[in-house]
Design a protein around this ligand. Structure first.
Ligand SMILES: [Zn+2]
Length: 129
């Protein structure tokens, strides 16, 4: 079964707009590793940074995950557990190929996400200490 990743969600668009305004260029819904069938939401190929903006419900956010939904909880929990295992597996495979993975929850403020990404790809410098 395909993991549920909805494209072009509002939180994702907000982050993309901010990155674009910072002059950063990236690929969207792109496979960091061509032979691995996993797409990241935002990909910086040269810096080898893959960004995922995970939906709170489907990816098991501790604040907004399935625990807040009483109906069919077992069914959803099982799906969400599978999604989370797949997410961890994706991270492991990308790391093994020299990629850095950054994940945000959809509830993360876009400004904070964009700033973290900019630091990660080295365009925004922070003092080391
Ligand atoms: Zn959340």
């Amino acid at each position: 079964m395909q993991a549920i990743r909805s494209r072009d969600t509002a939180p994702e668009m907000a982050v993309r707009r901010l990155l674009h305004a910072m002059g950063l260029r990236y690929r969207v819904h792109y496979k960091p590793i061509p032979t691995l069938n996993r797409r990241a939401d935002i990909v910086f190929t040269r810096q080898r940074v893959a960004v995922f903006i995970d939906g709170c419900f489907w990816h098991g956010c501790p604040e907004h995950g399935a625990v807040h939904f009483g109906v069919h909880q077992d069914y959803w929990s099982e799906k969400i557990t599978r999604n989370m295992a797949r997410d961890a597996d994706t991270d492991e495979r990308l790391n093994a190929q020299g990629w850095s993975v950054i994940r945000f929850w959809q509830h993360t403020p876009a400004v904070r996400a964009a700033e973290t990404i900019a630091v990660a790809i080295g365009t925004l410098r922070r003092d080391a200490q």
